[in-house]
Design a protein around this ligand. Structure first.
Ligand code: OXD
Length: 309
């Protein structure tokens, strides 16, 4: 039996090292060099070529190498009976919180404006509100969203959240479903998107959403590019309705060289680095699930294929 790593185009040596450090006997195969597909019982996957998993007849578990599983569910030949799991990892949560807190603080403390003043040789202080007057709304209160919310609240921001369906959210005001979306957006000065990408959420962030935000709101997308209608964001920023945006994810990655986001003065971009899986910490969950899968026990962080997360 073996564990296959299927992550085209990535250097997986750190993963093999971390897995072997904890479990030296583990047999690891790296796609496309899988000697015996019938021996593979566990697959560790990121953006695999569609159809590859269907060629592994003895799979007992498919684990995403990240928090998202949208790329798995888009594979039309995804083996139907095999459980899917995603990573829930403290370091993923920590790095996501760092990124969003930095983006929110930079906007709140007007760093872009000070940068501009520096370029113009202008020495001038700008007015500063109390941080509690800055209302941050988190779309998606799953593992990452809830953690980010608690870190933003610890900094002093007023934080509230929105989720598609009702569920308890400790210590944070939560709006639910389409009926409460307008109320949520209407009191959001910084909108942070951490929704999973599913057929229901694709293109969710469009002109109707931006229109309902207060004038001068700021937008941060750290979820998936396909949630955003990019033209609608550009129009909302260019019209002055939105103050700007910080984007880490895009419909097409890498972002094409001629894309208007590159040179836009009020849109900042990063190359999908908000939260990066650290092999050292992530292999703990992966190995736990590997053993659970082999012994037929319930797996950690299973994905509901119907919901898409
Ligand atoms: C993830 C990602 O899903 O990095 O973990 O996008």
């Amino acid at each position: 039996m073996s564990l296959a790593i299927i992550c085209p185009g990535r250097d997986m040596r750190a993963w093999v090292f971390a897995l072997k450090a904890r479990e030296p006997q583990l047999e690891i195969e790296i796609w496309p060099d899988i000697a015996n597909p019938a021996a593979v019982e566990f697959a560790l996957v990121w953006k695999h070529p569609p159809g590859v998993l269907a060629g592994l007849p003895k799979l007992r578990c498919i684990s995403s190498l990240g928090a998202g599983v949208d790329f798995l569910l888009q594979d039309p030949q995804l083996p139907s009976g095999v459980p899917l799991v995603r990573l829930v990892d403290d370091e993923l949560k920590q790095s996501m919180a760092e990124y969003v807190c930095l983006g929110a603080l930079q906007h709140f403390r007007q760093f872009d404006q000070y940068r501009q003043q520096q370029a113009n040789g202008t020495w001038q202080s700008r007015s500063l509100q109390h941080i509690s007057t800055m209302r941050v709304g988190i779309l998606g209160l799953g593992e990452l969203g809830s953690h980010v919310a608690s870190r933003l609240a610890a900094l002093g921001f007023s934080v509230h959240g929105w989720r598609r369906s009702a569920a308890s959210s400790e210590g944070i005001r939560c709006f639910c479903g389409n009926e409460e979306l307008a109320a949520f957006l209407g009191m959001t000065d910084i909108l942070v998107c951490l929704l999973p990408l599913t057929p229901v959420t694709r293109d969710f962030l469009d002109c109707r959403v931006f229109r309902q935000l207060p004038v001068g709101a700021f937008f941060i997308n750290v979820a998936r590019g396909e949630l955003l209608v990019e033209q609608d964001l550009l129009a909302a920023v260019d019209s002055g309705h939105l103050a700007g945006a910080l984007l880490d994810v895009f419909r097409q990655e890498p972002l094409p060289g001629e894309h208007p986001f590159w040179l836009h003065p009020r849109i900042r971009i990063t190359p999908h680095i908000a939260s990066i899986t650290n092999p050292e910490s992530a292999v703990l969950q992966i190995l736990e699930n590997y053993h659970r899968a082999l012994s037929g026990q319930a797996l950690l962080h299973c994905v509901d294929r119907q919901r898409g997360y």
